[in-house]
Design a protein around this ligand. Sequence first.
Ligand SMILES: CC(C)(COP(=O)([O-])OP(=O)([O-])OC[C@H]1O[C@@H](n2cnc3c(N)ncnc32)[C@H](O)[C@@H]1OP(=O)([O-])[O-])[C@@H](O)C(=O)NCCC(=O)NCCSC(=O)C[C@@](C)(O)CC(=O)[O-]
Length: 526
Amino acid sequence: MDAAEWYRQLPVITRTYVTLCVATTALCALDVISPFNIYYNTRLIYQNHEYWRLATNFFFYGNLSLDFFFHMFFLTKYSKSLEEDSFRRRSADFFWMLLFGAGLLLLAAPFVNLQFLGSSLTFMLVYVWGRRHQYVQMSMMGLFNFTAPYLPWVLLGFSVLLGNSPVTDLLGMMAGHAYYFLEDVYPRLSDGFAMRQSAVRLFSKAVSNPSLFGRPLPASVKIVEVGPRDGLQNEAKLVPTDVKVELIERLAAAGLQSVESTSFVSPKWVPQLADAAEVLAALRPKRGVSYPVLTPNMKGLERAISAGAKEVAVFTAASETFNKTNTNVGIDESLKRLADVTQAAREQGVAVRGYVSCVVGCPYQGHVPPQEAARVAAALDAMGCYEVSMGDTIGVGTPASVAAMFEACVAAGVPGSRLAAHMHDTYGQGLANVLTAVQMGICTVDSSLAGLGGCPYARGASGNIATEDVVYMLEGMGIDHGVDMDALLAASEFICAALGRENQSRAARALMRRRERGAAEAARAA
Ligand SMILES: CC(C)(COP(=O)([O-])OP(=O)([O-])OC[C@H]1O[C@@H](n2cnc3c(N)ncnc32)[C@H](O)[C@@H]1OP(=O)([O-])[O-])[C@@H](O)C(=O)NCCC(=O)NCCSC(=O)C[C@@](C)(O)CC(=O)[O-]
């Protein structure tokens, strides 16, 4: 990848901030602007109304020295990783984290006499990154090993050894800890989902504030469209590759940020998706959209990567019997296998999402205890999946059992921000279960257009909750989802016609009837 391509691929907030820092520092080095005009000074801000200083002090990093490049390296690396993986490209949430940190630093700076706060903000990012990657092993120039949460302390020690003051770094760590505590720790200490009430969330929801019965809701929910994979894997009819590709492209064009596209499982087990490599080869990816693919083992990962996949999804189950039926191994054996797959994927820069199936009920074992689902979710989280999607594979869950399962996951150490809801609609509970998850702070929901889907190895399982129903509900609740309903309906019509089946979404059917009535009335009036 050349430098221009690398720069273009940086997520938007990281790219903007790094550009501002490099440009400001370079302009100061060239004497085009003076650091004296941009440093943080509360008196000049309030008396002379020089409000730009509130922002510009974060952009200047001193002389164009080795230290500057060192800071830019850390800033880019950890900001990019947080924005892409931890915040799953929810750049607005990432931006609010930066604003939150910047606000705290601006409040604290006058007490420690700091005029430029960019280094502290970088340290805050390193701190949050370390906390969110607690199992990542690191090494200090091969001298000693440590895990990621110790990274800011190691850097601090190094800086002090070089004779620098620890104040800048400590301030950043304090801001990072405040964010980490309010976002990741406090929710677990209270009722598990008090994240809604945390200062960070309240702060970020101040702009757009959807609520239900007075309880704050997330401002946005990310929909992961699983129709082309979960939907088509269960169809009796083999769908031609070009139809699959057109479907995926239509879904991306409709605004879905993540479209699970196919599966690199054994074609003997799921012949419907045997053309996985052909699908990826023909796909014209849209910028900003991810196209995860399912990989059950190392062979699947190798096939996926050589076909060009940038994101994969690994899967296991909370039920031993289901897992054996679905993947030929028990849960613990599959976790070992998936740990290797996850590590290999991450080493090659491929993001990994995790799935746990049968999180509330199993077609063979019946009831699944929440703690078992949580144990498996925590294992996937610990091995480095950026998000764990909890699947009610046979759609037996109700809001009560789904809530208990998510509560157990949070209690087991997986924050709501790294969980997703994957609900099937067999018993008509799918949308209620999705709503429960959203109310609990789960901001990612999997769904399948037209309600397509089901698992070939789960007897009696019906399709996923329909994307149209989820979009209709979120729209009505004032929660941002980014999907264009008309384009989505057109994609559903396209795939339903190709499959010769009826759209299972109630919202889609009602909207299409309304459209037909409107067209008939217009024709009569003409
Ligand atoms: C995991 C395996 C592969 C084990 O299957 P196995 O038979 O135990 O595998 P194996 O390692 O013994 O290999 C047997 C043969 O398969 C080949 N093979 C092995 N792996 C691959 C691969 N990746 N790609 C292509 N070929 C592969 C391998 O090369 C060999 O070929 P042979 O020597 O006989 O010619 C199999 O059980 C499998 O593919 N299972 C997938 C089942 C599936 O896709 N289920 C649906 C997805 S999960 C789901 O829908 C739930 C979810 C995610 O949506 C969430 C929810 O709703 O709850």
